[in-house]
Design a protein around this ligand. Structure first.
Ligand code: SAM
Length: 277
């Protein structure tokens, strides 16, 4: 049986690779990669040649995973890489790794760059607890629902975003939680690396004033701040109105949670408090 190495590669700056990753890439028989041109560039940079590259991407994942597991079973060592960063993180790889474990193959991670954590580490936002959420869903309705869920978690959350949607996403964050602290990290580890920090509205202005900034790769990090205090009176008024309509506690809590974008448990407690008064 061969070994499957899951190897993290640079997210821009080719120097961001570990000694161990280079050693593994030098020693394996096969490298499973997304775009062979991207991986060849990395291999050439480190003087690695003579490797068999097998294309493994989101459109052939299932078939390629089967083929690779068969080769591993025959004794070949395989390195799984993606175009950038850590495989399986908003990138293909999961199916192969799962199949490998299920087939009794040893899987060894070779840690390295991950754009989400790279951005987070320099963001200056709270990092004690965070959610990595990857790309938002495509559809507007689902994007909003997903963001609402992340905001309500109260955790700092880390999004991947295409340059075409950065502004739209900032606008949505502004609509849902305007007091949040946001960091937009652009072109990490590359020449044009930049960090933009501020409230959603401030960042909307920055990117609207200079749309040439909306090029490259982006990570958006949000520390959600939900305004609860100043809305308290309005919420209480709304609860009283719904109680007057003889609505049930759970039903009111659900409505309040949706209307004011607050966690359901918090809404429930508020309804109980108003009922007791
Ligand atoms: N597997 C990768 C990782 O470990 O971060 C992520 C791959 S995902 C297909 C690509 C997305 O990651 C980009 O659209 C961008 O949101 C983010 N990303 C990757 N490299 C980046 C960089 N150098 N600067 C900013 N964002 C980056």
């Amino acid at each position: 049986m061969g070994t499957l190495y899951v190897v993290a590669t640079p997210i821009g700056n080719l120097k961001d690779i570990t000694f161990r990753a280079v050693e593994v890439l030098e020693n394996v028989d096969i490298i499973a990669c997304e775009d062979t041109r991207v991986t060849k560039k990395l291999l050439n940079h480190y003087g690695i040649s003579g490797k068999k590259l097998i294309s493994y991407h989101e459109h052939n994942e299932e078939k390629a995973a089967e083929k690779l597991v068969a080769l591993l079973k025959e004794g070949s060592d395989v390195a799984l890489v993606s175009d950038a960063g850590t495989p399986c993180i908003s990138d293909p790889g999961y199916r192969l790794v799962k199949k490998a474990w299920e087939s009794g193959i040893v899987v060894v991670p070779i840690p390295g760059p991950f754009a989400g954590v790279t951005a987070l580490s320099a963001s200056g936002l709270p990092t004690d607890r965070f959610l990595f959420t990857g790309f938002l869903p495509q559809k507007e309705k689902h994007r909003k629902e997903a963001l609402e869920e992340y905001i309500q978690s109260g955790y700092t959350f880390v999004l991947y975003e295409s340059p075409r949607r950065v502004l739209k996403t900032l606008e949505l964050i502004h609509r849902l939680a305007p007091d949040s602290d946001v960091v937009v990290a652009k072109e990490l580890t590359k020449i044009h690396e930049r960090f933009f920090r501020g409230k959603p509205q401030e960042l909307i202005k920055v990117f609207s004033d200079d749309s040439s900034l909306l090029k490259g790769e982006f990570v958006i990090i949000v520390h959600p701040v939900i305004e609860e205090e100043s809305d308290e009176d309005t919420i209480v008024e709304e609860i009283k109105r719904l109680l007057d309509e003889n609505k049930k506690t759970g039903e009111i809590a659900k409505t309040i949670s949706r209307m004011f974008n607050i966690p359901k448990s918090h809404a429930y407690k508020m309804v109980l408090k108003v009922q007791k008064e």
